[in-house]
Design a protein around this ligand. Structure first.
Ligand code: SF4
Length: 447
């Protein structure tokens, strides 16, 4: 029988503390009943309540942990089809493929290089997929141990048959690798997974996965990851979408597991695009046989973009940011604390090498025009932010002239009156900053 929101509410602490991200226990209970939140999102719910609600309160998609310790990757446990309905909870892992016949030192160095800083976050490859290309299980184990020592990342171990996985699985059991027997799982892999307690991959079309998951569950395996195998991008996207719909919309438990998608395309551009699609459409681990930054970094950016909570504007601290070691005759740019806006401005200022201060006004993470329209980025708010920051004290007389975005040129007169100083209208877009500096601060350009 379906559990209602009220059934769930009765078993919650009813303190309305909002630690779950929802203002009241009742609202949270309704979300759990609608499968838009997991009971575990309430940190105060008792074990008795969890037991009482039983499987009906379980998230429609199983949470699976790959790896251990600080670098462990938790995937699955998603509750919505579309990000605008709520948010996606567990960012997918991006895995780079390594063969046990590769130059492992070179591979480890290449993987370490696959990271970037974007919007104030360091993002990088967070899974290594080690394949038994040699056909020798011992060699796979040695390679996996070497990558584990070099990178300490969660691992997917791949082989054509379960016997080739055995040595690595047993030797690395504490590191909780995901075991992927191609076209598996065979009975031997199910036995290995059950004995070691490691998660396994269930590969094939939806019908095969359905049967194999039930077989593995009967053997005692809890954590599994589905995989459509070597299919076309279209086939993989169909698999990803249909399994997600079956789990979330029909609460069909045999398909309620995260999905691993492998980008098989030979052309590296195609492969990068394929991987981005899988990231955006429900992949929980995406494996790429590619370690060149120009093809992997776009996939990392796609992941960061889709796993941002759409209900929480991404913002930076409202303060004066000093770029390129500014002095008392440096420009003072004023913008909002919306991350995307700030990092666009920052990128252009850094590239210009002009010593600059950027004052970010607290607009609750909204962009320039949105903030202006909502009365959060007008003369009053900018004046208050300037005074609070004390930034004019760092500037010489005659240089206390804030530069405001061209999009809000209309406020320049009023702001000038409020401050009793000249206000400069800057470019409308961040892309115009370097040209603007060339005309307004030519002596500082390239300094
Ligand atoms: S965290 Fe738990 S107790 Fe607090 S409001 Fe949410 S459901 Fe209620």
């Amino acid at each position: 029988m379906a559990v209602t929101g009220l059934d769930i509410y009765k078993l919650l602490p009813q303190t309305n503390c909002a630690d779950c991200g929802v203002p009241t226990c009742l609202a949270f209970a309704m979300k759990v009943a609608a499968k838009q939140a997991a009971l575990d999102d309430c940190p105060h719910v008792s074990e008795e309540s969890k037991e009482a609600l039983g499987t009906a309160s379980q998230p429609p998609q199983k949470l699976v942990t790959i790896g251990s310790g600080d670098s462990a990757l938790k995937i699955g446990n998603e509750t919505v089809m579309f990000r605008h309905e709520e948010k996606f909870h567990h960012p997918c892992g991006i895995a780079v493929l390594v063969n046990d016949t590769d130059d492992l030192d070179a591979k480890a160095a290449a993987i370490k290089n696959l990271f970037l800083e974007r919007m104030g976050q360091n993002i990088g490859v967070d899974v290594v997929a080690v394949r038994c290309g040699s056909g020798d299980g011992q060699k796979l184990k040695d390679a996996a141990m070497k990558m584990q020592a070099a990178l300490n990342l969660p691992m997917v171990l791949i082989a054509e048959s379960a016997d080739k996985l055995q040595a690595a699985a047993e030797g690395l059991a504490e590191a909780r690798p995901l075991l992927w027997e191609r076209n598996g799982p065979s009975d031997a892999l199910v036995e290995l997974g059950a004995r070691t307690g490691l998660p396994i991959v269930v590969e094939g079309d939806l019908d095969k996965c359905d049967g194999d998951v039930q077989k593995a569950r009967q053997a005692g395996i809890e954590e599994m990851v589905l995989c459509p195998g070597e299919v076309t991008p279209r086939g993989a996207l169909q698999f990803l979408t249909m399994s997600r719909r079956a789990a979330l919309k029909r609460t069909y438990r045999p398909l309620g597991y995260p999905v691993l998608a492998y980008a098989w395309s030979q052309d590296p551009v195609q492969l990068s695009l394929e991987a981005c699609h899988y990231v955006l459409k429900y992949g929980s681990i995406v494996v790429l046989d590619e370690d060149r930054p120009e093809y992997v970094l776009p996939v990392l950016v796609a992941r960061q973009s889709v796993y941002v909570d759409p209900q929480v504007p991404v913002q930076v601290e409202a303060k004066v940011h000093e770029i390129n070691e500014p002095h008392d005759k440096s420009p003072l740019l004023v913008t909002t604390n919306f991350s995307l806006t700030y990092y666009c401005v920052l990128g252009e200022v850094e590239a210009s090498r002009v010593p600059t201060r950027i004052l970010t006004v607290d607009t609750e993470g909204t962009s320039v025009l949105t903030a202006w329209a909502a009365d959060k980025f007008g003369p009053e708010q900018i004046k208050e932010a300037i005074e609070k920051s004390g930034v004019f004290d760092q500037l010489a007389e005659g240089y206390q002239k804030p530069v405001i975005p061209g999009l809000v040129a209309v406020i320049s007169g009023e702001l000038s009156e409020e401050l009793g100083r000249k206000v400069i209208v800057g470019p409308r877009e961040a892309g115009g900053i370097r040209r603007f500096f060339n005309s307004e601060w030519p002596t500082l350009v390239g300094s």
